[in-house]
Design a protein around this ligand. Structure first.
Ligand code: BTN
Length: 155
């Protein structure tokens, strides 16, 4: 019986990030089930995309929202970034996210973020108008997207 074992790369190779890693272009999902698609990251680090939140405080039904942000290009492969989501199609609030991308020992990228959400208040100085939280995003692989689409269809 022949096993097709892949050779184990030496330790320094495991910790080196591939050139495309932590370039934020692509599909991401956080622990709430929210998904975002980041389009091409431009040469100056700016990007735009779409955010589909799984949760909302708004009365109106959730819709896709646009996001705009920028990332660093970091030699160590662990760039910081920030982006703003304008929920204008269904909510008066605005959320800003800031975070950092890390690659674990298996080459898996995670986006560790903190966010601030400003609700529309009737007057200034409202203590309740800003919420804060954390989200961790992982990349949705194309294969997983196809699988989740298939599992929604007739079995
Ligand atoms: C709203 O309810 O007014 C708009 C949607 C807000 C969704 C928030 S943003 C921070 C947190 N992370 C998510 O993925 N969704 C919620």
């Amino acid at each position: 019986l022949i096993h097709a074992w892949a050779p184990i790369p030496p330790a320094p190779l495991l910790s080196m990030s591939l050139p495309f890693q932590c370039i934020l272009t692509g599909l991401w999902r956080n622990e709430l089930g929210s998904k975002m698609r980041i389009q091409e990251v431009k040469g100056d680090g700016t990007f735009s995309g779409e955010y589909n939140t799984a949760v909302s405080l708004a009365r109106r039904p959730i819709q896709s929202a646009s996001l705009n942000g920028s990332q660093h290009f970091d030699e160590a492969g662990q760039p910081t970034f920030g982006f703003t989501v304008n929920w204008k199609s269904f909510s008066d609030s605005t959320t800003v996210f800031t975070g950092q991308c890390f690659v674990d020992e298996n080459g898996k990228e995670i986006l560790e973020t903190m966010w601030l959400l400003r609700e529309k208040a009737k007057a200034p100085h409202g203590w309740e108008a800003t919420r804060v939280g954390t989200n961790v995003f992982t990349r949705i692989k194309r294969q997983n997207v196809d699988e989740s689409v298939r599992s929604d269809g007739p079995q």
